[in-house]
Ligand binder design. Structure first.
Ligand SMILES: [Zn+2]
Length: 731
């Protein structure tokens, strides 16, 4: 699965921060900064030297070789090929010098197609191909192992009914149909991917709630096809037969194996019956290419749909009329083993503090971008870190790496692994660094600034990520930091470059393997990747040819991603003081809260948020003071290892304190008070409070506000006591 692009709120938030940060910067003189956040000067010098060695190892040519291996065959979860690749990864990691290489097995409810068909029975007969066309220039497209059209976890069914077009299949679209006197009960509904962006599993749930009998989702060229630019194999966008496969699981309610909600699926675990699983859909559904959807749309003869419902096909888009189809979906839903590969390089000084790296291995087809670009970057990273270790250079903290399985189905491998090792992870995990797609864009069409660097991070880690980007070279030869600023400016159409405090996207939705660590275990996460023109997501054309000829022909972006990923990992693993910045965290929280108030026009008489603002301001101030005191003492050398260790324990505790074990209302698995995701996978801050405000449930909103005040207050006290114990022992 793929991460959401920068949020729509970005440019507004960006302006706000720009204004605030500008005025703040003019007023305040910056304190003297240590050469690397969290490092004493001698350790920073050693770190820079080590990083120089590290950065000389990743090679674009090797990344290309890894990419070819992982994309050679289709490798969906539970396929023989994906399991062979698990063994391959394990063998390579052993050869690279990694320790404790282990295959973790989970027995999970899986879903795969047996037979799928779709035909129009009226007003004319038409049989959908449900297949993608092969191209001579790309022999992989002729591989007989490529699947046709299906959705993971669709139910089996055989439905013949009239077709209704429901735009994006969002609740407001069904409202408009109702207003026009059109019922969808018992009908087959045809919707688009997706305007505005929405996870297909939310379209399935919405259709189910509306009483729809079967759901068809097609890719309109307006979204990812010829209207955007040249199509495959000549360009990055989707050709007419492209099919966007995917899962339609309701994993925004609870991810992982649908039959073990909240506990791990190790062999022998208890499973609930599938009928009781909250995350399984209840209607059959299918993805379609626009070539298969067009005959259905153009044979309708009912009322015309409104302008904003029209896509880019040269037809009249209508609500309904005359079109009847027969859809048959036969799925095998049985227990299958998934495999997570795990390895570590034990830390030389703090083996029980962990920095975790991860990428999923399973792909819908070849996975050129999703996920094998990330896998290629990861294998170069493990090769480089392994080489350092072979030369006798161990990180201070333990670095763990995982190759996840079944991410595409329900974030399954990472969720089951996270649930299995929850107790350890809550105590030991410093941060999780996720890369799903390392290069999800075409360098060949990206223009002079190149692909966008689009990371997301919890706000406390944003400053260290910005700092690390200054020491990595981008493919253009400039620093990654400069490229980042230039591409954010370009993408947000701003007239001046963003300030550092506005560079990192600190809003984090779901849709990848960071979810269990952030939302369930309360550990900080960073997602890394480059983005750009890319229209073949989850189709057969997302393959090696796409990457080699269109996406990243030199594989320089793959290597650059390896370098920034490694640098962030090494700094987290080697720092004296963990580089969390709770001042930056507080500033982000204040901004989230202001956006919530403005967007929902919250009135004081309905909900009092003043005290929460005050608590957040206190937290921000305590965070700033602590950060500056620590930076000062690190620079002057007036610290001791014991003192630093005590401080680090407290810093880790701050992140843990955002967890509420009762979870957010209605979704107990999601326990983070600051971060969750919407049912569309979009980011959602202060989830319990925001959802209560949006429902205008003011009593619940007041309760959620009180919970937040309490958590923020507790963390402010923790930061203050961290600072006083830090300063008390000053020599
Ligand atoms: Zn993915």
């Amino acid at each position: 699965m793929r991460l959401l692009l920068r949020s729509l709120t970005f440019s507004f938030a960006f302006l706000l921060i720009l204004t605030f940060a500008l005025s703040a910067q003019l007023k305040r003189e910056a304190p003297p900064e240590p050469p690397i956040l969290g490092f004493s000067p001698p350790h920073a010098a050693a770190e820079h030297q080590l990083e120089g060695t590290f950065q000389s190892i990743p090679s674009p040519e090797k990344a290309r070789e890894w990419h070819r291996i992982f994309t050679a065959e289709p490798h969906p979860a539970a396929s023989d090929r994906n399991n062979q690749l698990a063994d391959f990864v394990a063998d390579e990691w052993r050869k690279q010098g990694w320790e404790d290489v282990t295959l973790r097995r989970y027995d999970v409810l899986h879903s795969r197609p047996l037979s799928i068909s779709l035909e129009m029975t009226a007003p004319v007969h038409f049989t959908a191909s449900l297949r993608e066309d092969a191209y001579d220039v790309d022999p992989d497209t002729k591989n007989p192992a490529v699947s046709g059209s299906y959705f993971g976890y669709s139910v089996s069914g055989d439905v013949t009914a009239e077709v209704v077009y429901a735009h994006s299949g969002n609740p407001e679209d069904y409202d408009l149909l109702r207003k026009n006197g059109i019922s969808v009960k018992g009908k087959i509904v045809l919707v688009r991917y997706s305007n505005p962006y929405s996870y297909r599993g939310f379209k399935a749930l919405t259709a189910e709630r509306e009483g729809v009998a079967a759901l068809l989702i097609y890719s309109d060229p307006a979204e990812d096809g010829y209207t955007k630019g040249k199509v495959f194999p000549d360009g990055p966008w989707a050709p007419d037969s492209h099919i966007q496969r995917g899962a339609i699981t309701y994993d925004y309610i609870v991810p992982g194996d649908p039959t073990t909600p909240g506990w791990t699926s190790v062999p022998g675990a208890r499973h609930i019956p599938p009928e009781e699983a909250r995350s399984l859909p209840k209607i059959p559904a299918l993805p379609l290419s626009w070539r298969d959807a067009k005959p259905l749309l153009e044979n309708m003869n009912g009322p015309e749909s409104p302008k904003d419902w029209r896509g880019a096909l040269p037809i009249t888009y209508r609500f309904t009329g005359a079109v009847k189809v027969h859809v048959k979906v036969d799925m095998d839903t049985s227990m299958q083993p998934y495999t997570v590969v795990e390895a570590r390089i034990r830390g030389s000084e703090l083996p029980d503090e962990w920095v975790l790296l991860g990428n999923h291995r399973d792909a819908w087809v070849f996975g050129g971008v999703d996920p094998s670009s990330g896998t290629a970057s990861m294998m170069e990273l493990t090769r480089a870190l392994g080489e350092l270790k072979q030369r006798g250079i161990r990180p201070r903290r333990t670095i763990l790496v995982c190759s996840w399985d079944g991410e595409e189905y329900a974030l399954t491998g990472s969720t089951e692994w996270g649930e299995q090792f929850a107790d350890d992870l809550k105590k030991k995990l410093v941060a999780y660094l996720n890369v799903d797609e390392s290069v999800a864009g075409a360098a060949t069409t990206a223009g002079p600034e190149g692909l966008s660097f689009s990371p997301a991070a919890v706000a406390s880690l944003a400053p260290m990520l910005v700092e690390a980007s200054k020491d990595v070279r981008a493919p253009s030869g400039n620093s990654l930091y400069e490229v980042w600023r230039a591409t954010v400016m370009r993408d947000s159409k701003a007239s001046s470059p963003p300030l550092d405090s506005a560079l990192v996207e600190t809003r984090i939705g779901s849709g990848s393997d960071h979810t269990v660590f952030l939302n369930h275990l309360g550990r900080p996460v960073i997602n890394l990747g480059f983005t750009g023109d890319y229209g073949v997501y989850h189709s057969m054309y997302d393959d090696h040819y796409w990457m080699l000829h269109i996406g990243d022909p030199t594989f320089e972006y793959h290597a650059a991603l390896t370098r920034i990923w490694g640098l962030v990992a090494l700094r987290l693993a080697n720092s004296d003081v963990l580089p969390f910045d709770f001042g930056a965290n507080g500033a982000a929280l204040e901004q989230f809260l202001r956006e919530l108030e403005q967007k929902n026009k919250v009135e004081q008489r309905r909900l009092a948020l003043k005290r929460l603002h005050v608590r957040i301001a206190e937290f921000e101030k305590a965070g700033n003071l602590l950060r500056d005191a620590v930076a000062h003492d690190l620079l002057s050398g007036s610290t001791s290892p014991e003192k630093i260790q005590r401080l680090n324990e407290m810093l880790l505790q701050v992140e843990s304190d955002w967890l509420d074990p009762t979870g957010i209302p209605g979704r107990p698995w999601f326990q983070h008070l600051l971060y969750s995701s919407r049912y569309t996978y979009a980011h959602l801050e202060f989830p319990g409070l925001t959802e209560a405000v949006e429902k205008q449930d003011w009593k619940l909103a007041a309760q959620q506000t009180a919970l937040l005040e309490k958590a923020v207050g507790k963390n402010t006290r923790l930061l203050r006591s961290a600072q006083s114990s830090w300063e008390k022992n000053r020599p």
